[in-house]
Design a protein around this ligand. Structure first.
Ligand SMILES: [Zn+2]
Length: 462
């Protein structure tokens, strides 16, 4: 309660008050060149951000890596019999009923709120759920005596390849007649995301649809040191190849795109790659993703490594984009204090862009953000070149949270807010959709939205 009152007081003091002494140099209007969005569906007076400060491409190599989770399992012959039968009777009520237990339960779209009980009702529901046949590809299977489970992908051909459009978890049991039947089934549509390469030209198409002139392309090379994956013996070679690919893609459209490298700051090659990004790839900056890389600033070793990267980037005049939120449940103000006190001072001369307003998106992290907003409000010199991108911050938020988001944006100063969408490949929203979400949901005035749309990070203007 005390915290809430304090926060409100701060907001009353600071909202809408741009503090010229602490606001960074005007970050707008780097390019005044006339711009005609190539999408004819955009009205001529459509308000569009000049720059999308948070974008990604997807290399063929990373698409393959991310599709690896689509595992294939080989079935014991008696379970395979059940799967073949399920596949063959997809729209046949009578045949389907034979494959479920009398008291089976089904959870399936579009009515998640109620279960379907009993083999007859389940067969009737399933037989009319899909309009075309599909293949069932086993992803995982386990049996123990007369019970077991199965994970199945429901696949149809797309671009000449069978790809999942839905997935199902089945609990199965073997009856007195030695036949496996389904005891419970949970069906999910859509199924797992399937990735394909997303190149610079694809991004330009989406930017054009949104009337966005330029984008900052953040290499996802740190995905090759993802803490969730066993280390690659040739990890640094993969990181280099990824940063090279991203830089080459961006170089095809120098008037529209700008490249940032990606690294994990806690790898022993981090500084070498930062230097290579500056000298060989002519990157404008470096992106780090603390969650993906498993970086915790409370860990002294990690802190030292992060400080070294900040110092090196500062020496080389590379900007930094940092996804600070980690997977630690307690992530928040304490982490922000360490960042403010121990890390930011190592890079006094360069722009530091905190991604997703100190959160992970969707949404932002209000506790961590408050630390930065307070420092900015006090004219803390460490925040002189600190910016925040709003990528996916307005997504999936309640109205009261959106009101708070608008207050926070005003508190820190509109000049420090960089528009970013993080929207591009796969099942994500497009940049046009993401801007519609931000513009339509966050209760900012038209003038404030126009100001955010016209903000351009200083690292783009030199
Ligand atoms: Zn991102």
């Amino acid at each position: 309660m005390t915290r809430f009152v304090l926060t409100c007081m701060l907001l009353l003091c600071c909202s809408c008050v741009p503090t010229p002494s602490t606001a960074p140099a005007a970050a707008r209007g780097a390019s005044k060149a006339p711009w005609a969005p190539s999408d004819p569906s955009l009205p001529h007076d459509f308000l569009a951000p000049i720059v999308d400060h948070h974008q990604h491409l997807l290399s063929p190599a990373l698409a393959t890596l991310w599709n690896e989770k689509l595992t294939a399992a080989s079935l014991p012959p008696d379970v395979a019999e059940l799967v073949v039968a399920l596949e063959g009777s997809w729209n046949n009520e009578g045949m389907l009923a034979e494959l479920y237990e009398e008291d089976s339960v089904l959870m399936a779209p579009p009515s998640w709120e109620y279960l379907t009980h009993g083999r007859a009702a389940i067969a009737a529901r399933l037989a009319h759920l899909f309009r075309a046949s599909y293949k069932l590809a086993p992803a995982s299977v386990h049996t123990d005596g007369a019970a077991g489970y199965l994970v199945l992908y429901l696949e149809r051909p797309r671009g000449g390849v069978e790809l999942p459009f839905a997935e199902a978890l089945l609990m199965i049991q073997r009856d007195g007649d030695h036949k496996w039947r389904v005891a419970t089934e949970a069906l999910r549509v859509p199924g797992p995301e399937v990735y394909s390469a997303f190149e610079a030209k694809d991004l330009l198409t989406l930017l054009d649809q949104a009337g966005i002139r330029r984008a900052v392309v953040l290499s996802a090379a740190y995905a090759w040191s993802d803490k969730g994956h066993a280390p690659w013996p040739d990890e640094y070679a993969r990181v280099r190849a990824e940063n090279d690919w991203s830089a080459q893609q961006v170089a095809q459209f120098p008037a529209r795109l700008v490249a940032f490298c990606g690294i994990s700051p806690i790898r022993d090659y981090a500084l070498e790659e930062v230097r290579r990004c500056a000298s060989e790839l002519h990157a404008r900056g470096v992106k780090m993703h603390f969650s993906n890389s498993g970086v915790e600033l409370a860990n002294p070793e990690h802190l030292r490594a992060v400080q070294a990267v900040f110092a090196e980037a500062n020496r080389l005049k590379l900007a930094l984009v940092v996804h600070l939120q980690t997977e630690k449940v307690a992530y928040g103000a304490a982490d922000a204090q360490i960042f403010l006190n121990e890390v930011l001072p190592k890079a006094p001369d360069i722009v530091v862009q905190i991604a997703h307003m100190a959160g992970s998106g969707p949404g932002w992290n209000d506790e961590a953000f408050e630390v930065y907003a307070d420092a900015v409000g006090k004219g803390d010199p460490r925040t002189a070149r600190l910016y925040f991108d709003v990528a996916t911050c307005a997504e999936e938020q309640s109205y009261s949270r959106l009101v708070r988001l608008a207050q926070r944006i005003r508190q820190v100063g509109i000049n420090r807010i960089l528009y970013g969408s993080d929207a591009s490949f796969g099942n994500r929203a497009t940049p046009r959709q993401e801007w519609a979400t931000f513009q339509g949901y966050v209760p900012l005035s038209q003038a404030e939205l126009a100001a955010i749309a016209s903000n351009v990070a200083p690292y783009l203007s030199n």
